[in-house]
Every structure is written in C-alpha cells, then in structure tokens.
Design a protein around this ligand. Structure first.
Ligand code: FNR
Ligand code: LAC
Length: 367
C-alpha cells in the first residue's frame, strides 16, 4: 500500500518556507487513511476553517521607533522559563505519520526548546517519549479513564517519567462526527496501538465505535473529577478544551492551574466558535488569576502575537508539526517550530514589541 509513496525528505527543500508548506509534502507521503485522521475535522470543517479565518481577520496595529535591541521571545509558564511560547499540542497515534512517531517529535521539540505535550493515546509508551526529552519540559495529556485506578496509574507513571504538568482534555468525551474519516473508512492499522495501555485489560469496543475515541475516552470528565484529579497529583493540572468563561472560572475553582482555550482543532463538534474569538472573554473573566493558552489554527508568528495580545500566555500548534513529521521526520518538526519562532521574532520587531509580557490588546486594530 505504501510502496508508491515517496520517501521522507532528508533535507528541507527551499519550497518549504513556512509551517503550512509542509502540508503538500505530508499529503504526498501519507495514505488516505492517515491523511483523513490528520487533516480531517468534524462535519463540514466549518470550525477548522474558521479557526484560520478568525486569525486572518485580525489586523495588527504596530508601534515604531521604540527600539528592539534586547527583545526576547521568552515567557514564563507554570514554573518554566520557556525560550518561546510555542508548545506542541497533544496529537495521538503519531506512528500513523512516521515510524519514529512520538520519539521523533520529542527529540525535535527538545532541539528547538519547545514544550511537548504527550498524548494519552500515544503510539509509544510515555516513558519512551520522556526518554527523548533531553532536559526539555514535557507535559502529559490525560484522557480520564472510566476506572480511577487506571487514571491513577497513568498519573503515577507520568510523574515518575518526569512530566511536569497534566493536561486534562475535557472537550472530547465522545467521538465527533468526522465525515472526512468516515469517507476514507478510517481505521487504526493493527500494528498501531495505544501503547500506554499495553498489558492493561482492553475495554470491549462497541461494534460501531470510533477506532480512536472509543478505546479510551468513553468517559465524560466532570468538575468533580477535576477536583479529584488535582488532589491526586502534585503536578499542575491544565484543563484543555474550554470555550466558555464560566467554565474557565469553575475549572480554576476546582484546582486547575491553567486553561487551554481550544475547540480541539475543529475535530469535535462542528460550528463551535473559533478559539481565538472565545479567548478575550475568558481573559476578561480570569484576569491574572492563571495563565491561558490557546490552540486551533496557529500557523504564523503573527498568529502567536495576536493570541498573546488577546490574553494568551502561550499557544499550542497541532497539525503543522504533525504534517512536518510526516514529511520529514524529526528534522521537519524542528524546522517547522523554528520557522514559527523566527516569524514571531520578526513580528515582534516589526510591531515594536520588546517583550511578550508587555503585549496587550493595543496591538490589535479595533477599527
Ligand atoms: C489532536 N488533538 C488532540 N487533543 C488532545 O487533547 N488529545 C489527543 O489525543 C489529540 N489528538 C489529536 C490528533 C490529531 C491528528 C490532531 C490533528 C489533533 C487536538 C490538538 O491537541 C489541538 O487541540 C489541535 O490540533 C489544535 O489545532 P491545530 O493547530 O491542529 O489547528
Ligand atoms: C483526536 C483525539 C484522539 O482528536 O483527541 O483524534
């Protein structure tokens, strides 16, 4: 099946000048099955597209003649002093995209000083992902398990492996209606498994179940579960998948230390609000009480600047790095993140932004 696919890139051609230039190279190197999972979204893809158009509709209002010597992309986040605010979002089953899967991503992330979030549904055990961190911080994304003993076991392993934060994903307790995957007949190849669950009793799969979601996600977390979770671990809990300001407030009240404003890249319910449009109200409601992160449609350094201007401390990038992994392995992932960091630095210089802590809403044109 994969015999006709071109080999992975071993060096980066000059046609790849920005993060999204990886898309065509990834498409050529993946079969329809993996492509539908990676590039597809829920329903008509309205939210996936709107994540982009919402960023594009925002205009930057620069300041000039303020000097940019000594400027820096550094940010502090939950005890980490990060070189830049670009995190790698949790992306499940990366063996679909490259044989070195999450190990390649972790290696690349550390090479470009990016914090990687490892998925519960990784195709390598979390310990093998942690082993590639080489000192770079990593967080573990948690899908709460129906059995609290299993959840606790995942937590203990994440702590022992050196992960420094737990990202509880709350927006995907059941499968979204992913028509792109349905049309491609998406299935997990038999050699790709949720490696963190190896040796544990496999839940019986519903016959009509989604090959990804119904393995480990058939449990909708509640605020009471969050309260329980926060008491189970000394690591900070970051809640991913919040779009309503009241939910953000409640999550902080129940023990979360940060919030990721996200619509899951448009993969859950179609026509959800673009994350960047939901961000300002949440930022108003939370103030300085906790850091906010954002993902969904971040494709340019200017997007990062916009997200920070509207109240985020940092952003996560999903599909772009996974496409770079598919096209060019760890080299691609590192290059993709490097391009975004370079774009951010140029955008800072050209808007008169010396420090990411100094950014505020004045950077966005209000008409
Ligand atoms: C994801 N995402 C995701 N999120 C999560 O919390 N747990 C997971 O296992 C996954 N798996 C996953 C697989 C794939 C193939 C994609 C593309 C995405 C969602 C991800 O973390 C993030 O929210 C979005 O990808 C961000 O949007 P962009 O950058 O892809 O537009
Ligand atoms: C996804 C799940 C695994 O988006 O979060 O595919």
């Amino acid at each position: 099946m994969s015999a006709e696919l071109p080999p992975r890139l071993e060096r980066i051609p000059r046609e790849i000048a920005c993060a999204t230039d990886y898309e065509a190279f990834a498409r050529a190197r993946l079969d329809d099955n993996a492509w539908a999972y990676l590039a597809g979204a829920a329903g008509d893809g309205v939210t996936q597209a709107a994540n982009r158009t919402a960023f594009e509709a925002l205009s930057l209002l620069p300041r000039v003649m303020r000097g940019s010597a000594g400027a820096s992309t550094r940010v502090s986040l939950l005890g980490h002093d990060l070189a830049h605010p670009m995190l790698l979002a949790p992306v499940a089953y990366q063996r679909l995209f490259h044989p070195d899967c999450e190990a390649a991503t972790a290696m690349a992330a550390s090479a470009v000083d990016a914090l990687m979030v490892a998925a519960t549904l990784s195709s390598l055990p979390m310990e093998m992902i942690a082993a590639q961190a080489q000192g770079a911080p990593q967080w573990f994304q948690l899908y709460l398990q129906p059995d609290r003993g299993v959840t606790r076991a995942l937590l203990r392993r994440a702590e022992a492996a050196g992960f420094s934060g737990i990202v509880l994903t709350v927006d995907a307790p059941v499968s979204g209606i992913r028509n792109a995957e349905q049309r491609a007949g998406f299935h997990l190849p038999t050699d790709i498994v949720a490696a963190n669950f190896a040796g544990l009793p496999q839940p019986t799969l519903p016959r009509e179940g989604h090959p990804v979601f119904d393995i480990a996600m058939a449990h909708a977390p509640t605020f009471a579960d969050l309260d329980w979770l926060a008491a189970q671990t000394t690591l900070p809990v970051i809640v991913k998948g919040v779009l309503h300001a009241a939910d953000a407030r409640e999550a902080l009240a129940q023990g979360a230390q940060a919030i990721i404003v996200s619509n899951h890249g448009g993969r859950t319910l179609d026509t959800l609000v673009p994350a960047i449009l939901a961000l300002p109200r949440i930022a108003d409601a939370i103030g300085d009480d906790a850091p906010l992160l954002l993902d969904g449609g971040v494709r340019r350094g200017t997007d990062v600047l916009k997200a920070l201007a509207l109240g985020a401390r940092a952003v996560l990038v999903g599909r772009p790095y996974a496409m770079a992994l598919a096209a060019a392995g760890p080299l691609g992932v590192a290059h993709c993140i490097r391009l975004l960091v370079e774009e951010l630095a140029v955008a800072m210089a050209l808007t008169g932004t010396r420090s990411l802590t100094a950014i505020d809403g004045d950077l966005i044109w209000r008409g």
